[in-house]
Design a binder for this molecule. Structure first.
Ligand code: NAD
Ligand code: ZN
Length: 248
């Protein structure tokens, strides 16, 4: 693994434009459970059932009670960890430009990254299903479920449910960034949710290096990634940055 850390630091030093694609795994060390893998929410819920837009429309109170309330409790108090901070540091060093994230927790912005594409929207805001008025999740009163807008409409997370479209501007920009970078860091994603998992493929086809950081293998490993650094995002990012600082 030490060799791969060295390799990643050298590849980052040589790269002009670096992009990152992140998934739920980068936020596990902040106490936010991933969907898949050990401790994932999916061990307790069926995703297509509970996080599907049809389930929400059918019975918003049920989805609020089972999923959204729990997410709110976790996300309201979560803080960025060394994985997020490492990516913010890479931006400060002038290396990393854009973070494409599948996460909805807002932790990349909290860590200091300034260009974050939220592929699946954000949980930091709730949106009225009738008039589209937005409310900061932290300040939404949940004594009554589902919470409502001042117009009476039901509030829903400003995030993408299963069965909904990816925001077109996020998709369009992500493809641009992926095809334009010379190195893509793929951190903490199981790379099975499409079309996010396509971004490393676009990067690779455009000639970029693809470096994965994940304690487990993914469908990208050996197929698309140049190499996988097997480990937790926080510790691995710390080591890469330490080496990078020695080189540059
Ligand atoms: P995922 O849950 O499918 O996969 C998580 C991946 O992270 C796995 O490959 C796992 O091996 C890896 N991982 C676990 N711990 C890690 C660590 N410490 N460091 C690095 N990697 C680690 O996540 P996904 O690919 O992002 O897809 C799930 C979907 O769920 C996303 O679309 C996202 O919108 C949503 N989601 C978001 C959050 C969040 O905002 N934090 C949390 C759960 C789910
Ligand atoms: Zn409203």
């Amino acid at each position: 693994m030490d060799d791969l850390i060295q390799q990643a630091a050298e590849d980052l030093a040589a790269a002009g434009k670096v992009a990152a694609l992140t998934g739920a795994g980068i936020s596990t060390e902040s106490g936010i459970p991933p969907f898949r893998g050990k401790g994932g929410l999916w061990e307790r819920f069926d995703p297509m059932e509970i996080a599907h837009i049809d389930a929400f429309t059918r019975d918003p109170a049920r989805v609020w009670n089972i999923l959204v309330k729990e997410m709110k409790k976790i996300v309201d108090s979560a803080k960025p960890n060394d994985g997020h901070k490492g990516l913010a540091k890479l931006e400060a060093m002038g290396k990393l430009k854009t973070v494409i994230t599948q996460n909805i927790d807002g932790l990349h912005q909290a860590a200091g990254n300034t260009d974050v594409i939220e592929f699946h929207g954000t949980f930091a805001w709730q949106r009225c299903m009738d008039c589209s008025q937005k409310y900061e999740t932290r300040s939404v009163d949940i004594t009554e479920i589902p919470p409502r807008c001042s117009c009476g409409g039901i509030l829903r997370p400003d995030a993408v449910f299963f069965g909904e479209m990816i925001p077109q501007d996020a998709l369009w920009r992500s493809r641009q960034i992926a095809s334009d970078c010379d190195l893509m860091l793929v951190v903490g994603t199981s790379a099975v949710v499409q079309p996010a998992a396509l971004m490393p493929v676009v990067a690779k086809e455009s000639g970029a290096k693809v470096v994965e950081i994940n304690p487990e293998r993914t469908p990208l490993t050996d197929e698309i990634s140049d190499y996988l650094i097997m480990g937790a995002a926080g510790a691995v990012m710390n080591q890469i940055i330490e080496k990078l600082e020695q080189i540059s």
